[in-house]
Design a protein around this ligand. Structure first.
Ligand code: FMN
Length: 326
């Protein structure tokens, strides 16, 4: 069986990428990912705020920091093992320890001086860099165009500072996902990760206190990513990774059929253990054998959506409304 795939210009031996999380923050865990059959690992993210010389200068650029000064208190408390030096060492050591691509990750919200840090990541030997761009659109004075322009500026700023492939992980909170993904593609993204999963706060009606919703995704959450991968895969030049809600071989197969080049998995590894990657590969083999496929290329893209996606959505919605039970 041939599981190889190409993602952001990198050859992967399997399409299963260990997503960025606490499960990719130490050499021991990264080795287990590789031993279990992961095609690549995305290291836990550094925060942009950790990379600027004077984090408080950020207050001048983004009024969010006035509203949430505890960001700085939190930064001061960052343990040394989660600091920048340790991160660069982690990249170097991971490269020595495993023979699969090691992709660094930065969680960012602005295109400020930190983008030059991409050079340090490159020097440390990372095979690629994933930008988890997470601009929370909670400011009525900032229009959508400005927010989208920031995504492009961040990507271009980072690309100017590195020759390694750069991917962008985004959420699905855009008015026009079609346009932002096309713009990122044109601006030189080597891959897009669709989609990030944001916090899902809830309310406890007994204590009347806010509580955080589940940190882990559920398999039902795959559909949003699947829909957009199937729409965008025939359209974009860059690679695509499906993310969020991929919990088993079935989820991986669906994403590949929809045109994803690879998938990222996190919650399922927290829930079943890192070695579950091996079980997902076994189940993938069984499915491929059943259908007579011997390589990923035999079935990748079989279920892309070439129809007019907007018209299809509208018709589907109308059908549902007409068929509604009184
Ligand atoms: C405990 C935990 C820690 C995470 N840490 C990061 C992180 O540092 N950087 C990042 O880009 N995503 C992080 N994520 C998000 C995951 O990479 C992934 O996008 C998300 O969990 C959805 O994928 P899943 O459905 O496979 O879990 C984290 C997720 C979890 C559950």
């Amino acid at each position: 069986m041939d599981f190889t795939t190409t993602y952001m210009g990198l050859g992967l031996r399997t399409p299963i990428i260990a997503g960025s999380s606490g499960l990719t923050k130490s050499i021991g865990l990264i080795k287990r990912m590789a031993d279990s059959g992961a095609g690549a690992v995305i290291l836990k993210s550094l925060f942009e705020e950790q990379l600027v010389q004077d984090p408080k200068a950020l207050s001048e650029q983004d009024e969010m920091y006035f509203r949430y000064p505890e960001v700085f208190e939190y930064l001061d408390k960052f343990p040394v093992e989660d600091g920048v030096e340790a991160y660069l060492n982690l990249i170097q050591e991971a490269k020595e320890a495993v023979n699969i691509p090691v992709i660094a990750s930065i969680n960012c919200i602005s295109a400020t001086e930190w983008t030059s840090f991409a050079r340090e990541i490159t020097k440390a030997g990372a095979d690629g860099l994933e930008l988890n761009i997470a601009i929370y659109p909670f400011n009525k004075n900032v229009d959508s165009q400005t927010i989208e322009d920031t995504y492009i500026k961040i990507l271009k700023g980072v690309k100017e500072n590195t020759g390694i492939p750069v991917s962008v992980k985004i959420g699905n909170n855009f008015t026009n996902i079609y346009r932002i993904t096309n713009r990122l593609d044109e601006a030189g993204a080597d891959a897009l990760v669709l989609f990030n999963r944001f916090s899902r706060p809830d309310i406890d009606i007994q204590t009347l206190k806010p509580v955080s919703g589940s940190t882990m995704s559920s398999p039902q959450e795959i559909t949003e990513s699947l829909k957009w991968i199937s729409i965008l895969s025939p359209e974009l030049k860059c690679s695509l990774a499906g993310a969020t809600g991929i919990h088993n071989a079935g989820g991986i197969i669906k994403q590949l059929l929809a045109g994803a080049d690879a998938v990222q998995v996190t919650s399922t590894l927290y829930q079943h253990g890192i070695e579950y990657i091996g079980k997902m590969i076994d189940d993938l083999v069984a499915w491929m054998k059943k259908f007579g496929y011997s390589s990923i290329g035999d079935f990748k893209n079989l279920m892309v959506r070439n129809e007019d996606a907007a018209a299809l959505e509208r018709v589907e919605f109308m059908k549902k409304t007409v068929g509604e039970v009184e």
